[in-house]
Design a protein around this ligand. Structure first.
Ligand code: GLC
Ligand code: CA
Length: 590
């Protein structure tokens, strides 16, 4: 339960996690691509920030159709990133500094270059045929060959690829080079447990972020999805493969057979398409022993298009939506033995400053600090994505589609170009949406210093992906030197969170004035302690009324907030004026 867990909480509840995207973090050998020795060279930097857990996104061997989420060998490292020995060194370097390390566990699918799939596709009676999901074609009345279902894949088009040699289709929820594994097959599950999990747990990794964690049980029926978008043959079908009939059985088995044999390993599952808190709780109950926690996606789905349109057709939104979502996913564990996460960025999302606040030159830094204050006051395990700690923002608006690299974004752009015959207005809207929501926004090289290519690489031709135009102004080296930088603010907020774990990391959550479109005020409580957070989500001054008396000013995102607050307190009791994108935190009962 929440209360007893504050006495001696497991390490993964109080640890602050930092996600690293290997391609874009730090290039050590001048080939333009980030790598493991690059990560190793920055472990002290992470320690300085106050990080307890590092999550490394896929660094496994891969043809890189989807930036390593298409794995061709779980037991090898993608050579340009380094070697297994480099990973062993990284694990050791982290552990030496008291930092844990978790890996990405991508086991809904493999690459089509994985030896398992090569065997599986070689003949219908190969012993590994059933390790993937193969189905015979259907035929229309006029004899046209049709895929087994009408499901739409995430990266545009359908989910079935026809294999000429054996006359069957295989399933791929993502790119066609990423065939889905068949979790119904016991032998396959055992192979996953050994190759993808034990291999790395035995080397000392402390757990996993688990990719697409609710997609492994697809049922056995394979029915057509209802037609919601008449324009296409393929239809959204997540209701058929998410949270399927055996998913909890599979996760309990994984826990019992693998994870429970390693001391308190951490798991955080990626849980899309699951808006019902009851359903989410089924994954994260402590006693049920499936997952430590999950990423529920409502907060990062804000502004995305609907199922009917497309996620990359931006929809404007207002602050009450964000407040309601934060409240919902803070509160859903109260009175249960479940656990939650606090995050607003990852490698699949636009940058939080650009999406939820303002990246305009005048407000960029204020926005980043205000969001840092908010995040550090939320209950659950806190996740920071590389660059968030220096307030990196989305790609400039004038970049063209040729500057983008992501398979999902490019796939969508192409499909709109084709279906509208290159309609300028339609494509402009796609570009506008990608500039806000596209995954590439998070994949720009990390901005280390003001030298060429942001100090990310020494390669003369620059890195694999274009560096943000703002790097000379916004980089790590500069921020380490400036006492009031976004980095220093994050660092102090992380320290404050650790000092008040009870109320900040574990407290209950209450939101005030839910309908107010300008400010976000919430309280966290634990025992007799209360924290109140007041945030201005606009570029103008906003007057707010603190919900309680007896609150002491604790920290603010403006350097002079303490002085300002004192003046206001003398003048007006609980009334305060928050300046543009300002955040303040108050406490009582400390
Ligand atoms: C997850 C990953 C994403 C990847 C997909 C397929 O959503 O976060 O980057 O494309 O799974 O593995
Ligand atoms: Ca490199």
């Amino acid at each position: 339960m929440t209360d007893s867990s504050t006495e001696r909480p497991p390490w993964w509840k109080t640890g602050v996690v930092y996600q690293i995207y290997p391609a874009s973090f730090k290039d050590s050998n001048g080939d333009g691509l980030g790598d493991i020795p690059g990560i190793l060279s920055k472990v002290d930097y992470l320690k300085e920030l106050g990080i307890d857990i590092v999550w490394v996104s896929p660094m496994f061997d891969s043809p890189q159709i989807d930036m390593g989420y298409d794995i061709s060998n779980y037991e090898e490292v993608y050579r340009p990133y380094g070697t297994v020995k480099d990973m062993e060194d990284l694990i050791e370097a982290c552990h030496k500094r008291g930092i844990r390390l978790i890996l990405d566990l991508v086991i809904n699918h493999t690459s089509d270059q994985h030896a398992w799939f090569q065997e599986s596709r070689s003949s219908k009676d190969n012993p590994k045929r059933d390790w993937y999901i193969w189905k015979p074609p259907r035929y229309a009345e006029d004899g046209t060959r049709l895929p087994p279902t009408n499901w739409r894949s995430y990266f545009s088009g359908g989910t079935w690829e026809y294999d000429d040699d054996t006359g069957e289709y295989y399933l791929h929820l993502f790119a066609k080079e990423m065939p889905d594994l068949n979790w119904e097959n016991e032998e396959l599950r055992q192979a996953v447990y050994s190759s993808a999990m034990r291999f790395w747990l035995d080397k000392g990794v402390d757990g996993f972020r688990i990719d697409c964690v609710n997609m492994y049980s697809k049922g056995v029926e394979f029915l057509d999805a209802p037609i919601v978008d008449e324009r296409f043959y393929e239809q959204p079908a997540w209701m058929f493969y998410c949270n399927g009939p055996r998913i909890h059985e599979f996760l309990r088995e994984m826990n019992e057979q693998v994870l429970s044999h390693y001391d308190d390993a951490m798991t955080v599952g990626e849980l899309p398409h699951t808006p019902d808190p009851k359903k989410v709780l089924e994954y994260v109950g402590l006693r049920d022993k499936q997952l430590s926690m999950v990423f529920q996606f409502d907060v990062v789905n804000i502004g995305q298009g609907t199922q009917l349109s497309h996620k990359y057709l931006f929809q404007p939104w207002k602050l009450p939506l964000l407040k309601g979502i934060v409240a919902k996913w803070q509160q859903f564990i109260e009175g249960t033995d479940g656990w939650t996460t606090a995050f607003c960025e990852n490698h699949d999302q636009g940058r939080s400053v650009s999406r939820y606040a303002s990246d305009a030159p005048a407000y960029r830094v204020a926005s980043a600090k205000m969001l840092a204050l908010m995040m550090c006051a939320l209950t659950g395990t806190l996740f920071i994505y590389q660059g968030q700690e220096i307030g990196m923002i989305n790609v400039p608006k004038n970049w063209s589609i040729t500057d983008y690299k992501d398979v999902e974004s490019l796939g969508f752009y192409k499909s709109v170009a084709t279906s509208t015959n290159n309609d300028k207005e339609a494509l402009d809207y796609v570009m506008r949406s990608l500039q806000i929501l596209g995954r590439d926004n998070a994949r720009l090289p990390m901005q280390w210093d003001g030298s060429a290519f942001a100090g990310f690489t020494e390669r003369k031709d620059g890195p694999w992906m274009r560096v943000h135009d703002l790097y000379a102004e916004n980089n790590v080296e500069k921020q380490l030197d400036e006492p009031d930088s976004t980095f220093q603010f994050w660092k102090s907020m992380i320290a404050l969170r650790k000092q008040h774990l009870d109320v900040l990391n574990f407290g209950t959550f209450e939101v005030f004035e839910l309908d107010n479109e300008h400010t976000f005020i919430f309280a966290k409580k634990h025992g007799l302690k209360t924290a109140v957070v007041a945030l201005n989500f606009t570029g103008e001054d906003q007057h707010v009324l603190l919900p309680f008396g007896g609150l002491e000013f604790c920290v603010g995102s403006y350097g002079d907030a303490a002085v300002q607050d004192k003046k206001e307190k003398e003048g007006g009791g609980r009334r305060r004026t928050l300046r543009p994108w300002e955040g303040r935190l108050y406490m009582a009962g400390c």
